[in-house]
Design a protein around this ligand. Structure first.
Ligand SMILES: [Zn+2]
Length: 323
């Protein structure tokens, strides 16, 4: 892959976005299309016959068979939202068009909403991306590396202490032409044999071959039916070996993205979502023009999340801003 193929592909322009998704009706139509491509289907009994209920704030279907009511936004990430769909869609557009991610503060400014609203929108969208990509597993040759969010490798500030440092596995699935097809950044409790065995079972398709820089824990990928090849020192430093080009590249991109876009945040609490967002972006890098269109497939497939669930128990740590 040449990077310029990615940089010069056409995205969805802002005027074109407004032309397609500028009104509440257009957004509702797009949601309905994404949710029920072949027409309404009752979530309770799969019946396709329905009546439309009039006078509801959101389009609401009543199943002709079981008579239960289903709103367009029930049962997915948009459930119970007080925000307009046009605002949601614009947020999705902005988040997906930003090449290296977008902070909640930038989103707040661009959407004209409060910071807590922008933060919650952003985290809900990241959660949807995370759940979407969690469905995929890595196959073929898979170079891996151990990394830390909040540590030196992702540009965390020095002196923040190891308690705000989250270990994760960076892994890239390579196809038979040695092109990267899919990236995963997976938080792990550590790099022990037990932790890596659990990671491997969740993320690798048996039969794959994992290559690492010799960290002992990665031997455990054999527990998931994969082979393991370790490059331990030698003439070149492992990081300079071509086998690790892509895993190093995606880690480098991640570092740039986090350093340039986001405030310091509680890595242990929210790190997984930021990692998932970066991986999601990479995994769809060749199709930027349709990225927003696929981004609202993810919120529709995503179950509802309450604000409390998204925020966790405490408020986000937010340092003085540069965005
Ligand atoms: Zn029904």
């Amino acid at each position: 892959m040449k990077m310029n193929r990615v940089q010069f592909q056409p995205g969805l322009s802002l005027p074109e976005f407004y032309r397609q998704f500028g009104t509440e009706e257009q957004c509702a139509e797009a949601l309905e299309q994404a949710r029920w491509p072949e027409g309404f289907r009752c979530p309770h009994g799969q019946s396709t016959a329905y009546y439309l209920l009039r006078g509801r704030p959101r389009k609401t279907f009543q199943c002709a068979a079981c008579r239960r009511q289903t709103s367009l936004i029930a049962g997915n990430l948009f459930q119970n939202t007080q925000l307009s769909l046009t605002l949601w869609f614009l947020a999705i557009y902005l988040v997906s068009e930003a090449k290296t991610g977008l902070s909640a503060l930038a989103l707040k400014r661009q959407l004209g909403v409060s910071y807590p609203t922008a933060w919650l929108l952003h985290h809900k969208l990241m959660q949807a991306m995370s759940e979407r990509d969690a469905l995929y597993t890595l196959r073929g040759t898979v170079p891996v590396d151990e990394a830390y969010l909040g540590g030196e490798r992702t540009g965390g500030k020095a002196g923040r202490g190891s308690e705000n440092k989250m270990p994760f596995v960076a892994a890239v699935s390579m196809d038979h032409k040695n092109h990267p097809t899919f990236v995963k950044f997976s938080p792990v409790p550590g790099f022990t044999l037990t932790a890596i065995a659990a990671w491997a079972k969740d993320n690798l398709i048996p039969g794959g071959s994992v290559i690492s820089e010799g960290l002992d824990g990665f031997r455990a990928v054999t527990k998931a039916g994969c082979s393991h090849q370790a490059f331990v020192v030698g003439g070149k430093k492992p990081k300079e070996r071509p086998e690790f080009h892509w895993v190093n590249t995606v880690l480098g991109n991640l570092k740039t993205s986090l350093a340039g876009t986001y405030h310091a945040f509680d890595f242990n609490k929210y790190g997984a979502r930021y990692l998932a967002e970066a991986a999601y972006r990479f995994n769809r890098r060749f199709r930027l023009d349709t990225l927003p269109l696929r981004l609202w497939v993810a919120p529709i497939a995503c179950p509802p999340h309450t604000e409390t669930g998204i925020r966790g128990q405490a408020e986000e740590y937010c340092s003085s801003g540069k965005n």
